[in-house]
Design a protein around this ligand. Structure first.
Ligand code: 5GP
Length: 178
């Protein structure tokens, strides 16, 4: 089973996925990206970090099931990431990539994570972003929300523990009926 998590930046997707993986044996799909590695990230675990030229070669060789430019960088999901026969696979992709995947295969399950605007602004402020960046991100969030109907589930992330437990319930129910 393939579960695609998406939603505006700052809603807590990666924290939610990390907590889910601690509680349940799931396979996390590792994307390729051209962006710089952050200090706490591990190449081959969080992402495969590649140069633009390498990413272009992978596009040409039809390696990706989907890829998108997000901000100034490219992100893509390799077809090989969706072949785990034993475990449910979870993906963290931005909204355009997510809807591409959901259209490609009706069996993929889409979960849109969202939070209230005030909370999103607070989180972006806490990350140290300036007002101009925050207003661009809020504009982007409203564009991303316009695709919310293409997802199977919408989960509001009010409290992380509740959110993780709600999503675990969704995944377990889906696995039972799979
Ligand atoms: P970040 O740079 O913060 O790790 O991720 C930026 C955005 O890229 C996030 O919204 C994340 O969901 C998205 N992303 C990560 N991997 C992929 C991918 O393989 N494909 C697409 N389309 N988006 C991705």
């Amino acid at each position: 089973m393939i579960i695609i998590f998406s939603g505006p930046s700052g809603v807590g997707k990666s924290t939610i996925i990390n907590e889910l993986i601690k509680k349940k044996n799931l396979y996390f799909s590792i994307s390729h990206t051209t962006r710089e590695k952050r200090h706490n990230e591990i190449d081959g675990m969080d992402y495969f970090f590649v140069k633009n030229s390498e990413f272009n070669d992978l596009i040409k060789s039809d390696f990706f099931i989907e890829y998108e430019k997000y901000g100034t960088d490219y992100y893509g999901t390799g077809k090989d990431q969706l072949n785990n026969p034993e475990l449910t696979t979870v993906l963290d992709v931005e909204v355009n990539g997510a809807t591409t995947l959901l259209k490609k295969n009706p069996k993929f399950v889409g979960i849109f994570i969202d939070i209230e605007n005030d909370e999103l602004i607070n989180r972006l402020k806490t990350r140290g972003h300036n007002p101009e960046f925050i207003s661009k991100r809020m504009q982007l969030a409203s564009e991303q929300r316009s695709k919310i109907n293409e997802f199977d589930y919408i989960v509001k992330n009010v409290d992380i523990n509740t959110t993780v437990n709600n999503i675990l319930d969704i995944i377990c129910n889906l696995e039972e009926s799979w």
